[in-house]
Design a protein around this ligand. Structure first.
Ligand code: ADP
Ligand code: ADP
Length: 226
């Protein structure tokens, strides 16, 4: 199956905002896909619908062939989500946050410890493992969000503006890490404002505007057109 298949997805929020007005989108396994678009276009809503944090109004979503209406747990297991807002407990330590996440997904403790060391080391957070989350810089918190999302070994990593507000040096090291994860076989979808970020990382790109996918193409052919 495809990593992700959206068909005629609509979302109207209470109050009447039509955030998504019929999105058809397929992302193949192994892809590194960017969802680009101006503020308010519907990017976060799309991610919310895929990860079932936002209830769609109509249409269907399949994650690695699992329909989110009928096989939500199977679909969720495939997904690692990095939302924009820091939603971990600020009073827990870095290590607690990632190990607990593994626990939610039933990963045995010994295995969780191995994964925690691996990802925290790769994301340059291992020295900070006993620090409370609230003591971390913004860039460190961002990386902690990524480490946490990987703890159950998702097949699809979804990141909403992962490098927003992160300085360029840290941004570059995050890009290198994401490239490596993708090369290791994880399908990645991210939203971004930075065309440069999409250019650096992504093979395919969707442009969303006013709740519609106005373009879906390879990065190469998009650049050829600009
Ligand atoms: P983007 O991520 O591209 O900036 P969003 O998906 O956040 O866009 O928003 C799409 C539209 O839906 C915007 O008009 C936004 O104001 C609206 N919207 C987003 N979240 C909500 C919500 N919880 N309730 C009502 N309207 C919302
Ligand atoms: P609850 O059901 O108690 O609200 P969740 O399972 O939704 O908790 O989320 C627990 C934590 O894991 C939250 O901080 C959330 O942001 C994060 N999370 C939720 N879904 C996923 C996912 N598919 N992959 C990674 N992290 C997730």
């Amino acid at each position: 199956p495809s990593a992700l298949a959206l068909s005629a997805v609509r979302k109207t929020y209470d109050g009447g905002v039509e955030a998504l007005r019929g999105i058809d989108l397929t992302v193949e396994q192994g892809d590194f896909f960017a969802l680009l678009g101006p503020n308010g276009a519907g990017k976060s809503t799309t991610i919310g619908v895929i990860s079932a944090l936002v209830n769609k109004s109509s249409g269907s979503v399949q994650v690695f062939g699992h329909d989110i209406d009928r096989q939500l747990n199977d679909a969720k297991r495939c997904i690692g989500l990095v939302p924009q807002e820091f939603n971990f407990n600020q009073f827990e330590t870095v290590l607690q946050i990632v190990v607990n996440q593994a626990g939610y997904y039933g990963v045995p403790r010994a295995e969780a410890a191995v994964r925690a060391k691996t990802y925290l080391t790769q994301l340059d957070l291992w020295q900070k493992r006993d620090a409370r989350a609230r003591e971390l810089s913004g860039g460190m918190k961002r990386r902690l969000m990524i480490a946490r999302a990987l703890m159950h070994r998702p097949k699809l990593l979804i990141l909403d503006e992962p490098t927003a507000g992160v300085d360029i040096e840290i941004r570059r090291s995050m890009w290198e890490f994401l490239k490596q994860i993708n090369e290791d076989g994880v399908t990645i979808i991210l939203t971004t404002h930075y065309l440069e970020e999409a250019e650096m990382l992504c093979r395919n790109i969707g442009i969303i505007d006013k709740g519609l996918l106005v373009e879906c193409t390879s990065m190469k052919s998009l650049l050829a057109k600009l």
